[in-house]
Design a protein around this ligand. Structure first.
Ligand SMILES: *Cc1c(COP(=O)(O)O)cnc(C)c1O
Length: 217
C-alpha cells in the first residue's frame, strides 16, 4: 500500500471519534510530505531536534506531537510550536515546560504519561503518583494538562492489553471531568483497535503508515 492508501484505510477503521497521529520518527521529509498531501495534519515525533528540523521545512498548518521521552534541556527547541507534548512523566518535565512556555509567551498543552505496562522499560507516573501530581498542576500556569497517555505491554495477549488500556481509561474518567480533560492518547500500529474500544481519543500510528523503521548508526 502507498502512504495515502494506508492513511485512507486507517481513517476508515478509526472513524471520526479519534485523532490519527502519524508517527514519522526516523522517516525522511519526503515521506511525511506524501502523508501531508493525503491530508494528514497531525504528526508525531519522539526526538525534539528531529521534530524541530522537520517543522522548519514543512508547511506551517501541521500539528506537531512530541510523543517521546523528554530531555528537559531540549524543550527550548520546540516550545514555540509544539502542539501537544504526550510524554510528561515526571514533575521536572512540568517545571521545565512551564519555564520554556513562559519565555515564548505560550501555554503548552500536554498529557501525563502513565505507566500501565508490565515492563520496566516504559516511562510514566504510576497510578498512585498520578493522584499526587494532579494536585500540583496549579504550580505550572504555562502548562495545560489535557489528559493522559500510555503504552501497553508489547505482547500478543489481547486480554492483557485491554486490561492495561482499561486502567488508563479509568484514571482518565476519575480525574478528567473535574479537570476538563479531553485527550486519552493510547494505541499504536499493533494495538490501536483495542485502544479505540477502550476509549482512546488519539492513536499514535507509525509503521502501519510509513512501513517498518530502520535505525542506522
Ligand atoms: C514509535 C511510537 C509509536 C508508533 O509505533 P508503531 O508501532 O510504529 O505504530 C507510538 N507511540 C510512541 C510513544 C512511539 O514511540
Amino acid at each position: 500500500m502507498t502512504i495515502a492508501e494506508s492513511l485512507e484505510d486507517l481513517r476508515t477503521k478509526i472513524g471520526p471519534k479519534a485523532t490519527l497521529i502519524a508517527v514519522s520518527k526516523t522517516k525522511p521529509v519526503e515521506l511525511l510530505m506524501e502523508a501531508y498531501d493525503a491530508d494528514q495534519r497531525h504528526f508525531g515525533e519522539n526526538k525534539i531536534q528531529e521534530m524541530a528540523q522537520k517543522y522548519e521545512v514543512m508547511p506551517k498548518d501541521i500539528h506537531w506531537h512530541m510523543i517521546g521521552h523528554i530531555q528537559t534541556n531540549k524543550i527550548k527547541y520546540m516550545a514555540s510550536f509544539v502542539h501537544l507534548v504526550h510524554g510528561v512523566d515526571r514533575p521536572k518535565v512540568l517545571a521545565a515546560l512551564n519555564k520554556e512556555a513562559a519565555k515564548v509567551g505560550r501555554i503548552i498543552d500536554c498529557t501525563l504519561q502513565v505507566h500501565i505496562a508490565q515492563e520496566d522499560t516504559k516511562f510514566g507516573f504510576d497510578l498512585d503518583e498520578l493522584v499526587e501530581v494532579v494536585q500540583t498542576l496549579g504550580q505550572y500556569p504555562n502548562v495545560r494538562v489535557r489528559g493522559l497517555m500510555g503504552m501497553a505491554t508489547f505482547t500478543d495477549n489481547h486480554a492483557q492489553i485491554r486490561e492495561e488500556f482499561t486502567a488508563l481509561h479509568n484514571a482518565f474518567e476519575t480525574y478528567g471531568p473535574d479537570l476538563g480533560w479531553e485527550v486519552l492518547s493510547m494505541g499504536m500500529s499493533g494495538d490501536y483497535e483495542i485502544a479505540l474500544a477502550c476509549g482512546a481519543t488519539h492513536v499514535r500510528i507509525g509503521s502501519s503508515i510509513f512501513g517498518a523503521r530502520h535505525y542506522s548508526a
